[in-house]
Write a protein that binds this ligand. Structure first.
Ligand code: RRO
Length: 302
């Protein structure tokens, strides 16, 4: 057992928000998926106050090194989530982390307040980094904006607040430092990198219905590693590291760079049970390491 923000976890591997539909997985695979649940905690897809349709199709583009998504936050809204999804997700055999996003500080505060009252929720992740809607990114790309958001939101919750950082900004470490100074309990990174694909059949047109999208998968692994290290050098907060993890080796690389937990995202689309294999492989690297992960990061001088 390890501990993350006071939450006991069986191992260090969780999912990246929006990359694994636990409710659909149970429908497809039955209760067996719960007996062999791949993640030590489950992070839900982003919830907004009002229901959203998401972006027009196509929403995905496959790359040699991963994919670009332009999903655009389709979800049932707070009330739909509380009524339909939360009771099902509460049956998961692992702690539940709810990911929320709002277009104003007050919207985020309302979401945080609502989930803070629910015993089923272990922690709340603030998505200030979605690349596929205009709002949200501003709050996560700028340290002052993030500080102002946390000053409004923090008083509404005693649950751990995790801030999901964007790689699409000048300095994720500056934003992480603001998160630490303004009451966040942890940071998670990286969300996807803004990218684009041309339509192969229609010259001059973009493929994705939303125009641009977020790049994920092996293509972003080296970027995630560098950003996790940069953030670790600036903050003491626990870090959830993610970006292109496909093996225990990749997960342990992120741990060595400073991550306390590692999230698997794009790889779960290829193999829904990949995180289980990755956790097993990772434990071979981490045996003998303290449960709270590395604090300082040894860096060779080159
Ligand atoms: O729904 C999305 O399009 C999306 C979100 Br909210 C996010 O945070 N990251 C991403 O790559 N896609």
């Amino acid at each position: 057992m390890i501990e993350f923000c006071g939450i006991p976890l069986a191992h260090r591997v969780i999912n990246g928000s929006g990359t694994f539909d636990a409710i659909a997985a149970r429908r497809a695979f039955g209760d067996a998926i719960y007996e062999h649940f791949p993640f030590a905690a489950f992070v839900s897809k982003t919830v907004t106050l009002e229901p959203r349709q998401g972006n027009p199709p196509p929403r995905l583009w496959e790359l040699a090194g991963g994919m670009i998504n332009s999903i655009g936050l389709p979800n049932k809204g707070l009330h739909g989530y509380l009524a339909e999804d939360l009771p099902k997700l509460a049956e998961l055999p692992v702690p539940l982390i709810v990911n929320v996003m709002g277009s104003s500080r007050e919207d985020v505060a309302r979401l945080v307040a609502a989930f803070s009252e629910r015993d089923e929720v272990a922690a709340i992740e603030l998505n200030v980094s979605c690349p596929n809607v205009k709002t949200g990114l501003v709050m996560g790309a700028n340290p002052q904006e993030l500080a102002a958001l946390l000053d409004v939101v923090r008083p509404f919750s005693e649950k751990p607040l995790i801030v999901k950082l964007t790689p699409n900004c000048a300095s994720p470490a500056d934003v992480a430092a603001a998160a630490e100074q303004h009451g966040a309990d942890a940071v998670s990174l990286i969300n996807t990198l803004r990218g684009m694909a041309m339509d192969p059949d229609r010259p001059g047109r973009l493929w994705l219905g939303g125009g641009t999208g977020g790049v994920s998968g092996p293509a972003v692994r080296a970027i995630a590693l560098a950003q996790v290290r940069e953030v670790r050098e600036r903050v003491e907060l626990p870090i959830v590291g993610m970006g292109g993890v496909q093996s225990g080796r990749h997960a342990d690389d992120l741990r060595q760079a400073g991550a306390d937990l590692v999230a698997v995202g794009t790889e779960s689309f290829r193999d829904p049970l990949a995180a289980r294999r990755i956790a097993d492989e990772m434990s071979r690297f981490t045996e003998g390491f303290p449960a709270n992960g590395t604090r300082g990061v040894g860096v060779a001088s080159h």
